[in-house]
Design a protein. Structure first.
Length: 319
């Protein structure tokens, strides 16, 4: 009898302990489901490590971080394009590029203020870069000029460089545009077309004004995805739709493409060719050479890099 009572007492004890643990576990759960939240506007650009110690690679996913969804959709309506004369697509690469020297393609993202975020270069620092280039005889050229130089026999200034910006932040117009123009420089903005007109991003009129001033506006996809994580048909849609949106807005063929997050491979390059692009810009470190128009290297410029480091990168092709 005592043996039976002991079994019941033990069973009661076990049940009591298990019930207590279940109650405690339930009460410790958060009130909201653990769902990833959209980044705030201050989180849209994350730190990008300097590339001094890294070798160029074909796929690199730690550079850009996709900004939040634009607050405003792509605006509708027709813009006057009568003053914009369509240009012809760049000629196919045909000449031997063997004797062509590499050219630095500088690339920035945001020209604005945010402490601790190296992708937001303060306007004063950006101007110091432009002033240094101007004082030392550098002349900006367009991506079209660069292509013609590498593959169609065009001459460039002795100290030529290309200025580029990724993603299409509004501060590219507010700060970078006016500062670059002050020194007689123009550049290229790679735009994510779904973000046009969204909070913090370039709108249609700003793009038209920059384009009319000699800046190139080129494609950075529709939604800024990792191209190696979506289907072939989705890649085609990103490449083609962004190209068509910009061509309709600006009245000019779009010939250059910047790979989101620096992600590319031979299949993505082939799709770029198929869609009709002539150039593909990477985030691989170094100056752009003529070896492959779809693997153009660029010179990363970041906040607080210092003028000495900036100088080193624009003076040394293999920095």
């Amino acid at each position: 009898m005592n043996h039976v009572k002991s079994k019941y007492i033990y069973l009661f004890f076990v049940i009591t302990v298990l019930t207590t643990l279940v109650i405690l576990g339930c009460s410790s759960r958060p009130n909201e489901a653990s769902v990833p939240q959209k980044p705030t506007i201050n989180e849209e650009i994350k730190n990008q490590e300097p590339r001094e110690e890294q070798e160029p690679i074909e796929k690199e996913s730690d550079k850009d971080v996709s900004p939040p969804e634009a607050d405003n959709p792509l605006e509708s309506g027709n813009d006057p394009l009568e003053s914009l004369e369509p240009t012809q697509p760049l000629p196919p690469a045909s000449l031997s590029p063997a004797l062509k020297s590499p050219i630095p393609i500088l690339y920035y993202h945001s020209i604005d203020y945010e402490e601790g975020n190296e992708l937001r270069v303060p306007p004063e620092e950006f101007e110091a870069h432009m002033e240094h280039l101007s004082q030392n005889g550098y002349e900006s050229v367009t991506l079209d000029d660069l292509y013609q130089y590498f593959y169609a026999g065009k001459d460039l200034p002795e100290k030529a460089f290309v200025l580029t910006f990724d993603d299409g932040y509004e501060d590219n117009y507010i700060h970078a545009f006016s500062i670059a123009e002050k020194y007689g420089y123009s550049g290229t903005v790679f735009v994510v077309t779904e973000w046009i007109g969204g909070k913090g991003y370039l709108n249609r009129q700003q793009l038209l004004e920059m384009n009319q001033a000699g800046w190139q506006i080129e494609s950075h996809t529709v939604t800024h995805p990792y191209l190696d994580s979506i289907s072939t048909e989705q890649i085609k849609e990103e490449l083609l739709t962004s190209k068509e949106v910009l061509e309709e807005l600006l009245g000019k063929p779009k010939v250059a493409f910047a790979y989101p997050y620096g992600v590319y491979d031979s299949s993505i390059i082939e799709l770029c060719r198929e869609i009709g692009y002539e150039m593909g810009l990477t985030i691989d470190r170094g100056w752009a050479g003529p070896e492959d128009p779809f693997r153009m290297k660029r010179v990363y410029c970041y906040a607080q890099m210092g003028l000495d480091e900036f100088r080193r990168r624009v003076e040394n092709a293999n920095y």
